[in-house]
Design a binder for this molecule. Structure first.
Ligand code: BMA
Length: 819
């Protein structure tokens, strides 16, 4: 039986009580968790995601909240030094133990470990975390600034978020609900300091020419007074004991493991994801770091266009295919590893190998990066600064230094984390505000102080890791317009969405690496039904407008439909068409930019996921189901893919093949002319080859040779088994007098909870989407059929045992009542 004095840690997670400091509201609260979720569970506020409830819960962030619990400490346990281990408090908070202030916290991205020995007592102890309103704290800090620091009001209806080290999207974003959540998110544990605690475990690897790797593991210990600490370093079967004399404060100890014939970690699609677990053990603690052995370089060599931007992993340049990641949920209590794994798996299933953890959210928890390591998803990790200007006062920069030091040491061992980036769009933000336009010198210097602080702290914490100053930027100390300059660096290309340019406009730029570009769509109907009543199902209803956070977003979606399509006949058709056009927009960009390889070496579209049910640029619905675009993504991100790309003058249509694999491939391409009634006529067939890691033009068709009332269909098969198909329309879809496809569905339950659904077309069916009335995933979707053709898809309901009904939409059906 455990003696009380053997207790070295008391886990304080569980049920706490939350009370507004004006004593008006009280509820029990699950910790880790957020206050809004506790109030929802207690029935004190409605679900903010439903209807227009967002407005009705805003008051929560205007109050101060005390989160409290008691715990017992047996008298014989009192001896020794004790500290609290707090993973994350959101954000400006005072922590009291038995009425004694033990911590003032103001950074949600830092781990705090205050000493609490003096405040502890035998028997019942009371721990209170008093979280101050971030609205009030932001205003107070803004008033204390030596000069005004603007924030993006078009993103954030809640002011002064830039004053606080807290996810910037909590104050509202052009896809997020603005409720400024607050709470305690990480672990919260009372721990006894047994000689010393492990503060950090970091690793560095040195790769030798013969393939062997030296892995240096450094443990940093914190002690209150000098002592002797037995430490074990372990890697697989190898376990080494080192006794170390620790001083008061920090002491470091490094051990080197030599690994002969190492198994390397590779990005998805390029090899296996070998993981080695490194352990550092003391008598009371074990810290595990999952390490992958890989070398990463960022190639920025100069060339004729400017300079390259290519990631090289283990000596191979990797074309980065992926998307931007935002927090998994607007309410932290709703985030869980199962749902996040599903989102990440969807990224890999759609042939992605990289995600950019965007700078307006969180540094994600360890398990997020474990999943990325395991799945082979490289992570472009932003530091958490986005779209605003920021203070550069000494106290702010000190806070940032501590944050960067902690986060980088926590995460840098993950093989998935390949690049650290200073911020999101802070250079561009210098041009967005009257104040910074008027006095650019002041704000630019202020920015550079912040950026330099991040860089110095990052390089100290992870020497040798890759640093990129900002996204987007054309290069080091380049403060020009990286939204429109495409010769160097990474690019955010927003002209199609934010500047209302046509889809073709994507082909007017040749990015070296496009780290953001996006096009909005509506969230799928089953998700709509979770927040809107039938009478709200209209794009101009107040509920729909409150679930569209980008000013002008609905007009852009509708306006694009006018540009390319006949207007959809009803609301579900509008939703469907919004998703199809989104997929077509992003496909236009990706297919062209991939065809520029190796000039372009990456495309990360905006954005993978949603934080709540909203109209947005995501390809995955809130909840993880695939929008039409995600099925298209899987095709246009296939490692070997063929695309029909019109020339700039429109006179030819070139068939480009791109090969991201290390082996050469041969490709058989067949093309057909397809009439509006869906009859196919063989046109040209060709065999071509594409070397490893290249893009080639297979052949071109002269546009004038194509009959006006026919579509160009094509399908390809590559020698490595990859295959695909598509169609090209010379003008716009709206110019086509499409006819009813006469699609029929034949549903066969497979007996394993899944359903085989066979679609058969009588005529031409474009952009067919099969839909179920329950959540789930299709084996494929967003496809075409010509007359007499069939396709069988498998539907897997999210809930086993569901009995869905199925229906379909295609381009003709969505714009006419005749089907
Ligand atoms: C980019 C991002 C986000 C934003 C998105 C859509 O600039 O960095 O700030 O949500 O555009 O506007």
């Amino acid at each position: 039986m455990t003696q009380a004095s053997d207790i070295t840690a008391i886990d304080l997670s569980g049920t706490w009580t939350v009370t507004s400091t004006d004593a008006m509201h009280t509820a029990s609260m699950r910790v880790p968790g957020d206050v809004h979720s506790a109030l929802i569970a207690a029935g004190l506020i409605p679900d903010p995601y439903a209807g227009r409830n967002e407005r009705d819960v805003r008051w929560v962030a205007g109050k101060d909240w005390a989160i409290e619990r008691t715990f017992d400490l047996p008298p014989e346990t009192l001896e020794g030094d004790w500290y609290l281990d707090i993973g994350s408090i959101d954000t400006v908070a005072s922590v009291y133990l038995n009425g004694v202030l033990v911590l003032d916290a103001d950074n949600c991205f830092r781990r705090y470990r205050p000493a609490v020995t003096e405040a502890l007592k035998a028997g019942e102890n009371t721990l209170k975390v008093l979280i101050h309103s971030s609205i009030a704290a932001g205003a107070r800090r803004q008033a204390e600034q030596p000069f005004f620091i603007p924030w993006s009001t078009s993103n954030s209806p809640i002011a002064n978020g830039n004053m606080l080290r807290k996810p910037q999207c909590h104050f509202g974003w052009d896809w997020n609900i603005a409720i400024a959540p607050l709470g305690i998110y990480g672990e919260i544990v009372l721990r006894r300091l047994e000689v010393a605690r492990i503060e950090h475990v970091t690793t560095r690897q040195f790769h030798h020419a013969d393939g062997a790797v030296d892995l240096y593991v450094t443990a940093t210990f914190h002690a209150e007074e000098p002592g002797i600490l037995p430490v074990h370093f372990a890697l697989g079967e190898e376990r080494v004991r080192l006794d170390i004399g620790v001083a008061a404060g920090e002491t470091q100890l490094t051990h080197m493991f030599s690994i002969e014939k190492p198994a390397l970690w590779w990005p998805a699609g390029h090899g296996e994801q070998a993981i080695y677990a490194v352990r550092v053990e003391t008598p009371t603690e074990t810290v595990v770091r999952r390490v992958g052995l890989r070398r990463v370089e960022l190639i920025t060599d100069k060339d004729e266009a400017g300079s390259r931007f290519a990631l090289k992993v283990n000596g191979r340049e990797i074309f980065c295919r992926g998307a931007n990641w935002i927090p998994a949920d607007a309410l932290p209590s709703r985030i869980n590893p199962v749902a996040v794994r599903d989102l990440l798996q969807s990224a890999v299933d759609a042939n992605m190998n990289m995600l950019r953890v965007w700078g307006g959210g969180f540094y994600e928890p360890d398990w997020f990066y474990d999943l990325c390591d395991e799945l082979g998803l490289m992570v472009w990790q932003d530091f958490m600064f986005a779209c605003n200007l920021y203070p550069s006062t000494v106290d702010f920069l000190d806070n940032v230094t501590a944050e960067v030091d902690y986060q980088v040491r926590r995460l840098a061992s993950h093989p998935s984390v390949v690049l650290w980036c200073g911020d999101n769009e802070l250079v561009g933000a210098l041009t967005w505000f009257e104040e910074s336009r008027r006095d650019r010198d002041r704000y630019l210097v202020s920015y550079d102080r912040l950026n330099r602080t991040i860089e110095v702290a990052m390089k100290k914490a992870a020497p040798g890791a890759i640093w990129w100053p900002s996204s987007p930027t054309s290069g080091y100390l380049d403060f020009a317009d990286a939204w429109h300059a495409d010769g160097s660096g990474d690019m955010h290309y927003w002209s199609v969405w934010h500047e209302n340019k046509s889809f073709d406009n994507y082909r007017t730029v040749s990015p070296r690496f496009c780290s953001e570009f996006g096009f909005q769509s509506y969230t799928s109907m089953p998700v709509m039904q979770t927040f809107a009543d039938p009478e709200d199902m209209n794009i101009a209803s107040p509920v729909m407008e409150s679930h569209q956070k980008n000013a002008g977003g609905n007009e852009r979606i509708a306006g694009t439909m006018f540009r390319y399509f006949r207007f959809p006949k009803d609301f579900p058709s509008f939703v469907y068409l919004s998703q199809i056009q989104q997929g077509l927009a992003i496909r236009t960009a990706v297919e062209y930019w991939r065809s520029l390889k190796p000039h372009c070496m990456g495309t990360l579209y905006w954005q993978l996921n949603d934080t709540w049910p909203v109209a947005s640029w995501s390809s995955l619905d809130y909840g993880g189901s695939w929008k039409a675009m995600h099925y298209m993504v899987r095709r246009f991100f296939q490692p070997v893919a063929v695309a029909a790309i019109p020339s700039k003058d429109g006179e030819t249509i070139g068939f480009s093949v791109v090969n991201d694999t290390a082996e050469p491939v041969t490709v058989t391409l067949d093309t057909w002319l397809v009439s509006l009634s869906g009859e196919r006529r063989p046109y040209r067939s060709i065999e071509g080859a594409c070397g490893p890691d290249r893009a080639e033009m297979l052949f071109s068709v002269v546009s004038a040779d194509l009959p006006e009332d026919a579509l160009l269909f094509w399908s390809f098969k590559a020698s490595n088994g990859m295959a695909g198909e598509g169609h090209h329309v010379s003008g716009t879809y709206k110019a086509l007098d499409l006819q009813a496809s006469g699609l029929t569905l034949d549903v066969a339950p497979r007996g394993d909870g899944r359903f085989a659904v066979t679609a058969t077309a009588r005529g031409l069916a474009l952009h067919v989407m099969l839909e179920a009335d329950v959540p789930g995933r299709w084996s494929d979707n967003a496809f075409d059929l010509t007359a007499g053709a069939q396709k069988t898809l498998v539907f897997t309901p999210s809930e086993h045992g569901a009995e869905p009904t199925f229906h379909w939409l295609d381009l003709h059906a969505c714009q006419t009542h005749q089907d």
